[in-house]
Each structure stands twice: as C-alpha cells, then as structure tokens.
Design a protein around this ligand. Structure first.
Ligand code: KMT
Ligand code: NI
Length: 179
C-alpha cells in the first residue's frame, strides 16, 4: 500500500526516500484535506476492471493512455525526468495509476512542506488542479502508469512561481473552506 512522509531538506539524489529522522508519516486524511485522493486497485486486471470503470465514470475520466518511464522506453528520458521534477501545477487534475514499477509523487502541504507519496503497482492517485507538485523515479528506475484525464488531455505545466494564476487562487481558497 501507499506510504507517505514529510521530506528532509537534503540535496542528495532525488531517487532516495528523503525521510526525516525520525520518520514523520503523513496520514491519508491529511492528504485528503489538501485535495489529494487515493485508490488501491488490482493492476493485474486493469484492462477489464469494474472498480476502475466505476471511478472513471464517477469522476468523468474519459481519456486514458499509458506511459512507461524507463531509459530504454521513454524518448528524451533524462530531459523528461528533469521536467517531471520541476515544481509545477496544472489547470486540471493530475490522475495517475501505477500499473507496474514505482515512483514518488511529491506535493506541497498548506505550510509549503514537501510530502512524499511512494506509489507502486496498484496505487492510483489524483492531485487537484492548482497544487504544487513534482514526480521522480525511485531507485528502481522503472514505472508504468496509466494517465487519466477529464476530456481532452492538456499536459501543460506551469512551473513555480505560478501564484497569479486563477486556478492557484481557487485551490488556495478551497483549502480555507476544508478546515
Ligand atoms: C507526470 O506528469 O509527472 C508524469 O506523468 C510522470 C510519470 S507517471 C508515473
Ligand atoms: Ni504534474
């Protein structure tokens, strides 16, 4: 299952876990408070999974494709890894379902601290529009993921600072109401 913790501030290899000492885990409820939602699915049956179909129908995830992040599979691998790890936001939800392998999604909490979310096979997550986040491979250097989207996908990323965007203000406002 998914494991989540506050990151340390070290500049070491981004693929390392970067746990604090002692480790400071983040409960799932704290992720939900910042608009991050999580599902655990059976990735072995992703091609014909009623549970996945239900989520897609409920949330309107009409689009999907599959990305394999590996040096021999992804064109411009190094360049893309750099882009993925730049702190950014999107105008829409970012939905990822790990079909194989693993990786880390990092999200900023309300106090601007990094939370690291360890995702592996069967983990599906959605990050809200307007949240600052990034992605990195872990030490296994392999992830195969389904990318879902509401309608036609827009992959554009706005690197931080993007605080003047309406979606950023909308996201910050949604946090005030939630607690
Ligand atoms: C993203 O947007 O950061 C990605 O799609 C990363 C690859 S998904 C494991
Ligand atoms: Ni993103």
């Amino acid at each position: 299952a998914m494991d989540t913790w506050y990151m340390d501030d070290s500049d070491e290899d981004q693929r390392l876990p970067h746990k604090l000492d002692p480790n400071q885990p983040v409960p799932l409820e704290d992720l939900e408070k910042i608009g991050v939602f999580y599902w655990r699915l059976n990735a072995d049956i992703y091609e014909n999974d009623p549970q996945l179909e239900n989520i897609r129908k409920d949330r309107g995830y009409s689009f999907m494709d599959i990305i394999t992040v590996h040096k021999d599979k992804l064109p411009n691998y190094e360049e893309k890894l750099k882009m993925f790890y730049e702190e950014h936001l999107h105008l829409d939800e970012e939905i990822r379902y790990i079909l194989d392998g693993s990786g880390y999604f990092d999200v900023r909490n309300k106090d601007d601290r990094w939370i690291r979310i360890a995702m592996s096979k069967g983990d599906m997550i959605t990050l809200p529009a307007g949240i600052y986040h990034r992605f990195t491979m872990d030490e296994t250097n392999y992830a195969k993921a389904m990318r879902l989207f509401v309608g036609e996908p827009v992959w554009k990323a706005y690197n931080r600072p993007a605080d003047d965007l309406e979606i950023r203000q909308k996201y910050l406002n949604s946090l005030k109401c939630a607690s």
